[in-house]
Write a protein that binds this ligand. Structure first.
Ligand SMILES: C[S@@+](CC[C@H](N)C(=O)[O-])C[C@H]1O[C@@H](n2cnc3c(N)ncnc32)[C@H](O)[C@@H]1O
Length: 216
């Protein structure tokens, strides 16, 4: 019987230094830990290793310049984008909101291992948080690969203070999802809705962000 060789971890792209600056060692440490444990813990698939830096880590880090204040990341999973952003932006306070126990344990252990004082983990479903007192209204909410905008906006907008922002990572279908979400955009009184394309400025795969101001 032949044994297949596990796919190799992607070599760190040049843009990583640009995006993480002096935090690059912490980013490397997170990538190494995710590469070692991610598949066993069901956080990433085996085919993700050859694209771990470019498809996941740098893709998440692209949001860093858009953030400030208190930020919640809904559905963090392995830590994308919230934990990566917590590494890149130690001046911003992040709450990683994730309902699955195994994933929150992973997030908590990584936060403790890297000593990230600006990152906390909350085991919850986003829609169950408003009114509980567990989370003060946030300045911004991020999310990546959680659901289509039509369902994501009702999960995220109630967590944001009046005048705060949604910063939602979307792929090529951003405009289609926006068209299908017009009803919830009106219901949650979102305005200044825009699609930003990020990545080209760092020579990495581009990603599309839907950003909107919440005005309840
Ligand atoms: C496909 S994974 C994406 C994880 C990560 N954001 C990424 O980009 O790799 C979706 C994550 O959203 C979480 N999730 C699903 N519904 C949620 C909800 N209502 N509130 C908070 N998190 C939720 C799931 O547990 C899961 O970890």
């Amino acid at each position: 019987m032949t044994q297949s060789t596990p796919p190799a971890l992607e070599t760190e792209p040049l843009a990583a230094g640009e995006l993480f600056g002096e935090r690059i060692e912490l980013a490397r440490s997170f990538v190494a830990s995710l590469a070692e444990h991610g598949e066993t813990l069901g956080l990433i698939g085996p085919r993700e290793l050859p694209q771990l830096w470019s498809r996941h880590i740098l893709n998440s880090a692209l949001l860093a310049p858009l953030l400030g204040g208190r930020v919640g990341d809904v559905g963090s999973g392995a830590g994308l984008p919230g934990l990566v952003l917590g590494i890149a932006r130690p001046d911003v306070e992040f709450t990683l909101i994730e309902p699955m126990e195994r994933r929150t344990q992973w997030l908590q252990s990584e936060v403790a291992r890297m000593g990230l004082a600006n990152v906390s983990v909350l085991r919850a479903r986003a829609e169950e948080l408003p009114g509980t007192g567990l989370l003060r209204p946030l300045d911004q909410v991020t999310a990546r690969a959680v659901s289509a905008l039509r369902t994501l906006i009702p999960l995220t907008a109630p967590l944001v203070r009046s005048g705060g922002q949604l910063v939602l990572m979307k792929g090529a279908r951003a405009e289609d999802e926006l068209a299908a979400a017009q009803k919830v955009i009106r219901k949650h009184r979102l305005h200044d809705v825009e699609v930003l394309e990020l990545g080209a400025e760092h020579g990495v795969e581009t990603t599309r962000i839907v950003r909107a101001v919440v005005d309840p």
